[in-house]
Design a protein around this ligand. Structure first.
Ligand code: ASP
Length: 283
């Protein structure tokens, strides 16, 4: 059986409002290996309309969905991402890029060439469209409001299988009100996602901060250097806080099955084999 941890994004929501992630975690339990487990769990997260990925994705400044996802196979040392796409399960599109192309990153409409049979999204939920209309009317879409705590909530998963292979997956609608064409950290290896033979890491928060610091690689490299995953996540989250006081979360799993999770900000739902995890909340 696979060891899986899933998360629902660092959020401005109250802890009591966070959705249960037990279903998404279970979705990957019986999968054939870590990569399948991560894909199955992230697909289930993408199906939850309360989360900012797949069905429930936030809208950009023009009121459109532009989704990003990344999938890392730590054992094989391989990665693939997709950016600015409009399919219900971007994580599965990333899987197609990983397995059916010689490329690492495909973007926009053209990426759908490898997505035959994947369901397209018409838009997001009625709730997200109403939210966008309210935001447009009130001026909340102004770029100086970009990255407010209620504007994020990406999803992700890390898994370890019986063969001791690690994998990581991340999927997001991006940041509410982002400029059209903006790409976040989820499909960029080392920024919002990282995996090797020794560790799998996913991040959540305003992607620009993760892109400019290669936050997931930093945490992964610390674990590869001998630090335990919890200390590694805490150290990098503290560092990110010094760079910019934005909300940010890091989840890491090593080859021994040790997990680490730390964040700054309002709340963060992380689910593991023993139920909801209590990620360290740093000042
Ligand atoms: N990291 C995601 C992005 O910047 C957003 C999030 O974590 O909620 O696209």
């Amino acid at each position: 059986m696979n060891l899986i941890y899933v998360h629902g994004g660092v959020s401005g929501r109250e802890r009591e409002e966070l959705p249960s992630l037990e279903g998404p975690r279970r979705a990957g339990l019986g999968a054939a290996g870590a990569l399948d487990a991560v894909e199955a769990s992230v697909r289930s997260l993408e199906d939850n309309p309360a989360l900012n990925a797949g069905l429930g994705s936030v809208l950009n400044r023009r009121g459109k969905v532009e989704l990003d996802a990344g999938l890392a196979d730590g054992a094989a040392g391989r990665f693939a991402g997709v950016a600015g796409v409009d399919v219900r399960h971007p994580i599965s599109l990333a899987r197609r890029v990983l397995e059916d192309t010689p490329h690492v990153l495909l973007i926009g409409e053209a990426a759908l060439e490898v997505g035959e049979g994947l369901e397209r999204l018409e838009g997001s939920t009625a709730e997200q469209h109403e939210r966008w209309a309210r935001a447009e009317a009130s001026g909340e879409l102004a770029l100086d409001r970009y990255g407010a705590s209620e504007h994020v909530d990406t999803v992700g998963a890390v898994a370890l299988d019986v063969a001791a292979h690690l994998a990581a997956g991340s999927s997001t609608g991006g940041v509410f009100g982002q400029m059209p064409g903006r790409v976040g950290d989820s499909p960029i290896f080392g920024a919002g996602i990282y995996a090797s033979a020794e560790v799998a890491v996913v991040g959540t928060g305003v992607g620009e901060l993760f892109l400019e610091t290669l936050a997931c690689f930093r945490a992964g490299a610390l674990v590869e250097g001998g630090l335990d995953p919890q200390s590694a996540c805490e150290r990098v989250i503290r560092y990110l806080g010094e760079v910019d006081p934005l909300e940010a979360g890091l989840l890491a799993l090593d080859g021994a099955g040790r997990v680490g999770a730390a964040f700054r900000g309002g709340s963060w739902a992380v689910e593991g084999p023993d139920g909801p995890l209590n990620p360290a909340r740093l000042p």
